[in-house]
Design a protein around this ligand. Structure first.
Ligand code: NAD
Ligand code: USQ
Length: 404
């Protein structure tokens, strides 16, 4: 297939592009390197060293003998997106190109607005470009399990049958997102539903859980192909953070009691799920939703698993309970369905088997790059201002005075 990976320089996108290329698909990456700029803005970096995209692609071509086309541009820029689609003419567009950190979207008004404009306008442009240029193309869009929140009932895959006053219907599952970022995904889902209905587009929304791991077969072929490992308080996800903390003996930063439960999956399953979705496209006019995760854990369970894995490497680490920076339920019911991708052939990897190889070993190998000042959470959901916001304001003030 001809598959266009929007956001292919990022964490999920890079691993996916290489996997699809190795499987024999013709792949193009689109990215505007915003992710690299956010690192500069926040003063953070991936634990693993990341090469420029052109070098990554050159090394991939040398090793695999397969070329991946590269388009540098912004999906919120329709004048870039449409000609790109017309040049490549994809069978499937995999859309990862969004601002994906909940804490980043909660820094202040500016970051909330940026997140929603980048994500919602980008997805709207993708929908219009597909309709205008390649109307039969299948959109595989990354959503998030966080769109559902933590309701006190089982979470279905996208839709729920409701009986009300003697009548019944199958309706979109209620959404209770917990950040301006998660809200942007809900807005995307509504726009996609609408365009499938009125224009007959075909789309699959992958409501993905928290992804962990750095290693895929392809990214481990050469040091230059290594994937991101974010552990800072903004872009670092919980398991990465705990492993980086354990690698340097820093207490694990459990927010509150650690009763928050989420769905998780190995990056090796992310790439496979994307291929499964591409190979089994939605029908014209159909908007499918798959819940894309393989196991669910509470934050406290993860901390205990990391503590045990660290002990097996002779690393001793304590578990700390910090005042929760986010507004989220500390203890709640959580039972989310996730059978549709398994039915289509996904064979999951399990955390108990990959914690050491895919996370702890990588964290220990690059422990000399850990900046421990990135461990404490600085962004608080209920506070209007926070140090990250001030830092940006100070930088903006300097830039302004330099311009003057
Ligand atoms: P990432 O930040 O590492 O990658 C996103 C990429 O998109 C970056 O390379 C960035 O430069 C690019 N990008 C952003 N806005 C763009 C724009 N306007 N134009 C062009 N490129 C743009 O994020 P990730 O972790 O790879 O996540 C990818 C997608 O998967 C996101 O949509 C995210 O919401 C979703 N997701 C991620 C996880 C996770 O745990 N990482 C879990 C669930 C869902
Ligand atoms: N947490 C801690 N300690 C930490 C970091 C996080 O206790 O040091 C807790 C958070 O409070 C939260 C849970 O761990 O309850 C998960 O947080 P996270 O930062 O790992 O993940 P989240 O903010 O939910 O976002 C990540 C990705 C996002 C994706 C989402 C999937 O960044 O792109 O959409 O996972 S989901 O969680 O299913 O919504």
């Amino acid at each position: 297939m001809k598959i266009c990976v929007l956001g292919g320089d990022g964490y999920c996108g890079w691993a996916t592009a290489l996997y699809l290329s190795r499987k024999g698909h013709e792949v193009a990456i689109v990215d505007n390197y915003l992710r690299r700029q956010w690192d500069h803005e926040l003063g953070v970096q991936s634990l693993t060293p990341i090469e420029p995209l052109s070098r990554r692609l050159g090394v991939w071509q040398e090793i695999s003998g397969r070329a991946i086309e590269m388009f540098t541009g912004d999906v919120t820029d329709y004048d870039f997106l449409c000609p790109m689609m017309d040049t490549f003419r994809p069978d499937a567009v995999v859309h990862f190109a969004e601002q994906r950190a909940a804490p980043y979207s909660m820094i202040d008004r500016k970051h909330a607005v940026f997140t929603q404009v980048n994500n919602v306008v980008g997805t709207l442009n993708v929908l219009f470009a597909i309709r205008e240029v390649v109307p039969d193309c299948h959109l595989v869009k990354l959503g998030t399990m966080g769109e559902y929140g933590t309701p006190n009932i089982d979470i279905e895959e996208g839709y729920i049958k409701i009986e009300h006053n003697g009548r019944s219907d199958v309706l979109p599952f209620p959404k209770q997102p917990g950040s301006f970022y998660h809200l942007s995904k809900v807005h995307d889902s509504h726009n996609i539903t609408f365009t499938c209905k009125i224009w007959g587009l075909r789309a699959t929304d992958l409501n993905q859980g928290v992804v962990y791991g750095t290693v895929t077969e392809e990214t481990s072929m050469d040091e230059a192909l290594i994937n991101r490992f974010d552990y800072d308080d903004v872009f670092g996800t919980v398991l990465n953070r705990f492993c980086a903390e354990a690698a340097v003996g820093h207490p694990l930063t459990v927010y509150g009691s650690g009763g928050q439960t989420r769905g998780f999956l190995d990056i090796r399953d992310t790439v496979r799920c994307i291929e499964i979705a591409c190979l089994n496209p939605a029908d014209r006019g159909e908007f499918r939703v798959f819940n894309q995760f393989t196991e669910q854990f509470s934050v406290m369970q993860l901390a205990q698993m990391v503590q045990t894995a660290a002990r097996s490497m002779d690393l001793h680490v304590e578990i700390d309970h910090l005042e929760p920076p986010r507004v989220e339920a500390q203890a709640h019911y959580y039972n989310a369905k996730h059978s549709k991708l398994i039915d289509l052939g996904l064979q999951p990897h399990f955390l108990s088997e990959s914690l050491l190889d895919s996370l702890m070993n990588v964290a220990v190998k690059y422990q000399h790059r850990v900046d421990i000042s990135q461990f404490l959470p600085q962004i608080k959901w209920h506070e209007a201002r926070n140090p990250r916001s001030r830092r940006w304001s100070a930088q903006a003030a300097v830039a302004l005075s330099e311009q003057r």
